[in-house]
Write a protein that binds this ligand. Structure first.
Ligand SMILES: [Zn+2]
Length: 230
């Protein structure tokens, strides 16, 4: 039940697979992965994707992982432990998860956009030290309700530190996507922001955003008249 689905379970049907890029699994017209030079990140990234998150065109999880040397994308609903997912010993208390629950507005002070919160949703004391000893981050990929399902099915996540993002600018998705995450960011933007802050390397965010902009530009070329949207 907790095992990962067979490879390809969440991917495109065999009929149109030949047209997809084998690395990012997007249609060739939307592939931006050529020339990506993976970044040597120090804080590990783990993206857990809900099996029903199948936005082949605008999904960003796989693209994010291609950008980083230490990043893993797993598709499924539940896993017994972080160690089992990673295949190496890992202490969830040294990892942080991008928190989905409600947070008091005051938890994100104006001078910060990345905050560690406690179980009550308030900012913990000594933010700098709370952020500095984080070994890896978990980002849930999917709509808000899909991410919530992952949260409730994986008890080990409760042991992780909780990070909340307060992005200063809205997602580059704009209105292209109907069901954004609760913080409104794409998985790529959220992961980029987290790693850039934790490692104090703004270039991580710059590199990932550049690819995301390219993806969106191609998407707009492919769908010049996106209609039927609320
Ligand atoms: Zn590609």
């Amino acid at each position: 039940m907790s095992e990962e689905p067979a490879a390809g379970a969440s991917q495109a049907s065999p009929a149109d697979l030949s047209a997809d890029c084998p690395r990012c699994l997007k249609p060739q017209a939307l592939c931006v992965c050529e020339g990506i030079a993976p970044i040597d990140n120090k804080v590990s990234l783990l993206i857990l994707q809900h099996p029903q998150e199948q936005d082949r065109e605008l999904g960003t999880a796989r693209l994010t992982v291609l950008h980083l040397k230490d990043a893993l994308l797993k598709i499924g609903l539940s896993w017994p432990s972080l160690t089992r997912i990673l295949g190496r010993p890992a202490d969830p208390q040294r990892w942080a998860i991008l928190y989905l629950g409600s947070v008091k507005a005051a938890a994100v002070p104006p001078d910060r956009d990345t905050v560690v919160v406690n179980k009550k949703g308030t900012a913990v004391d000594h933010q700098d030290s709370a952020l500095s000893d984080i070994e890896g981050v978990v980002v849930l990929d999917g709509t808000w309700s899909q991410a919530k399902a992952l949260w409730w099915r994986n008890g080990w996540m409760l042991k992780c530190k909780r990070i909340v993002l307060g992005p200063k600018r809205p997602s580059r998705y704009g209105r292209l996507r109907r069901e954004p995450r609760s913080d409104g960011l794409s998985t790529l933007e959220a992961a980029a922001m987290l790693l850039a802050r934790l490692e104090r390397k703004p270039e991580i965010e710059t590199a990932l955003h550049a690819s995301f902009e390219r993806l969106l530009a191609r998407y707009r070329e492919l769908h010049p008249h996106p209609g039927g949207r609320r």
